[in-house]
Design a protein around this ligand. Structure first.
Ligand SMILES: Nc1ncnc2c1ncn2[C@@H]1O[C@H](COP(=O)(O)OP(=O)(O)OP(=O)(O)O)[C@@H](O)[C@H]1O
Length: 643
């Protein structure tokens, strides 16, 4: 008998293995530890110095088993109270952990924590580099080129636009660089007057068409500092040359002279044409001119040079337009989206047919008739009848209005233009109306065709009720377009709404949406048929008809979308528990979820029985008299649900 210890969240249990569990010889302690740590939230195995398994510690509040696989050692898990199902028992009360063990445990916990920290903060560069190398090895230049070509081919417009913008910006930059000139130093107007009075100003230019005044003085500036008379270039060369000559002799003075001349000539070449510029003060021209005349200063006026005016214009354009670019981009996107309001769908892309829509037979019949008229199977002209211009599908959400429209398109085999009315609601006045016009033009060109407008209440609400003029304009355009069909034009407009009462009466008058088809909630038989459609591809444990009957009977008031959701939920539940097929229990759970949401089980059990009791009072199992769920094992209607 091998005795070993088990540690739980609550304490430490010395236990005895009645079945004689003993340890094999592990190759290394680490391997066993790793194994245990991977399997349990907290584990610890103890080996003697010969590496014989001595005892094990593991902590887990659930019942689990641990196997080392190779040596055939099985340890059975314990719950919090120290009980085990198979052979292990706790013969002592909870005791404090022995010193040695607690020390070991502390060490292990510390190691674990530090390794966790290391793992969390390590960059794991080596595997990343390896991965990068593998990816780079897979990359081939040819495939990159092919990708680039495909991208260019698919985005010709965008690439052209971006290329031209980049080229234009590049050329602007080049122009600015090439025509860049050193600008004169900006000084206050008073400084000009002072300089004129000091007679240091040599030449003045008044720019035509602007308030700028340029002037030169007899003291040149280098960088931002004005040189005094002593610092004038010619004086400086002489001074520097003299200094050097007196210090080091003739040879070095020659070399320095060359350097100084070079430096000053560079300064001269980068010097602006005008040293200073200032801004004219209003009503002071007379005084300025008389002062200049008095001092005998050369002055004149000239227009801005062509190059400079080009530069100024360009800089203004760039500085104005660059911040406006995002706005322009948004505008461009709006306008380009406005040009494609309808996604043209060809009949062969449609996978939905009338077989896929069930439980709404009356609506289906009405629409089938229109399909037959469009296909020419019914000769309505013979009796002087006209093809209905519009069909309004009315009904609660999820009853299959959109599905019906898609089925019409699929069956009719004519071009189908689907659009959501909210796409016509535009920020810019007139854009919604333009979109409607475009849509009808395209449909007319492709006649016979069908236009489907989903959620028409987004634009079709009664006019004059709000200050939204754009919406009214859009509706007016829709009314005009529906009136404007030529008698021979075979364009049918199918629209869907949940709120027919808010629609403008003009929209529903005969000649526009003259046919109103109510797509209501399905009855039990309808629900059964809808379920049969959605259960087509789902593997069931039981007969599909039985399941359909069961769900249909339990879901009064459910619409097609709800039923589709129940089937999907049941399949997901089956997948979650790893099942091969959907069972009755999955379906019942899915119904519970659809009816009451995903809730706490304790809450759900009582609520479900009450709610179902209210819904189906004739069912004895739900009234509470014969409640088989008292033990907490049974679900609604006596079916056992997963808990
Ligand atoms: N009669 C039905 N037969 C089969 N499936 C249906 C039916 N009604 C609804 N469904 C399912 O519900 C989904 C949603 O239906 P649909 O979008 O047509 O509803 P809707 O009436 O247009 O809703 P809304 O008014 O909110 O737009 C469909 O994709 C389909 O899977």
């Amino acid at each position: 008998m091998a005795s070993f210890s088990v540690v739980c969240n609550t304490g430490f249990f010395p236990v005895q293995n009645k079945l004689g569990v003993h340890g094999g010889k592990p190759k290394s302690l680490g391997r066993y530890r790793d194994f245990c740590c991977n399997s349990f939230s907290s584990s610890f195995l103890r080996f003697d110095k010969d590496c014989n398994f001595e005892h094990g510690l593991f902590c887990n509040s659930e019942l689990r088993s641990l196997s080392n696989g190779k040596s055939g050692v099985w340890l059975q898990g314990f719950n919090n109270s120290g009980k085990s199902k198979q052979g292990l028992r706790c013969y002592n009360k909870i005791e404090p952990l022995a010193n040695e063990n607690s020390a070991n445990k502390q060490i292990n916990l510390g190691k674990k924590r530090s390794s966790k920290l290391r793992k969390r903060f390590s960059l794991r560069l080596r595997p990343r580099l390896r991965l990068l190398a593998i990816r780079l090895r897979r990359v081939s230049i040819r495939s990159i080129l092919v990708d680039v070509v495909i991208f260019l081919r698919n985005n010709v417009r965008r690439v052209t636009l971006f290329t031209s913008i980049s080229v234009a910006l590049g050329m602007c930059y080049l122009f600015l660089r090439l025509t860049a000139m050193p600008s004169p130093k900006m000084v206050p107007y008073s400084e000009l007057i002072t300089s004129i009075r000091n007679e240091s100003v040599t030449k003045v230019l008044l720019e035509e068409g602007s308030r700028r005044i340029y002037y030169n003085t007899n003291c040149p500036i280098i960088g931002n500092t004005q040189l005094s008379n002593e610092e004038l270039p010619s004086n400086r060369i002489e001074n520097m040359a003299d200094d050097v000559a007196s210090d080091d002799g003739q040879q070095s003075s020659q070399a320095l002279n060359v350097n100084v001349v070079k430096q000053l000539s560079a300064t001269r070449s980068s010097a602006p044409e005008w040293q200073f510029s200032t801004r004219k003060v209003d009503h002071d021209e007379k005084f300025l001119l008389s002062l200049m005349r008095e001092k005998g200063i050369t002055y004149g006026s000239a227009p801005q040079s062509l190059l400079m005016s080009m530069r100024t214009t360009l800089i203004t354009i760039i500085s104005l337009w660059i911040p406006l670019m995002p706005l322009m981009w948004l505008l461009y996107r709006q306008l380009s989206a406005a040009n494609s309001p309808a996604k043209k769908r060809r009949p062969d892309n449609q996978l939905v047919g009338f077989d896929d829509v069930e439980g709404v037979d009356a609506a289906k019949l009405e629409l089938m008739e229109i399909v037959l008229c469009l296909q020419g199977a019914i000769n309505y002209n013979k009796l002087g009848a006209k093809l209905p211009r519009g069909v309004l599908l009315v009904g609660p959400p999820g009853t299959g209005k959109t599905l019906l429209a898609r089925a019409v398109a699929g069956e009719a085999g004519v071009p189908f233009f689907t659009v959501s009315a909210s796409e016509f609601v535009e920020m810019f006045v007139g854009r919604g109306a333009a979109r409607i016009r475009d849509l009808f033009n395209v449909a007319r060109k492709n006649s016979p065709s069908i236009i489907f407008i989903d959620e028409i209440d987004a634009v079709g609400t009664k006019r004059g009720r709000s200050f939204n003029d754009e919406r009214d304009q859009t509706l007016n355009q829709l009314l005009t377009e529906m009136d404007g069909f030529e008698s021979g034009s075979k364009v049918v407009v199918v629209a869907a709404t949940n709120r027919p009462e808010v629609l403008d009466p003009a929209l529903c008058r005969p000649g526009r949406f003259s046919r109103k088809v109510v797509v209501g909630e399905p009855d039990e038989d309808g629900r059964r048929k809808i379920l049969a459609v959605h259960l087509r591809g789902v593997p069931l444990e039981e007969n599909a008809n039985l399941i359909c009957d069961l769900i249909a009977s339990l879901t009064p008031g459910f619409v097609g979308a709800d039923l589709a959701n129940i089937v999907n939920e049941a399949a997901l539940l089956a997948a979650r528990r790893g099942g091969e097929s959907v069972t009755r229990e999955d379906v019942m759970e899915a119904i519970e979820r659809a009816k009451f949401g995903i809730n706490d089980k304790r809450f759900k059990r009582s609520t479900i029985s009450n709610e179902l009791g209210k819904l189906f009072p004739w069912m004895p199992s739900l009234t509470g008299k014969n409640n088989t769920r008292q033990d907490g094992q049974q679900g609604p209607l006596g079916y056992q649900t997963l808990s």
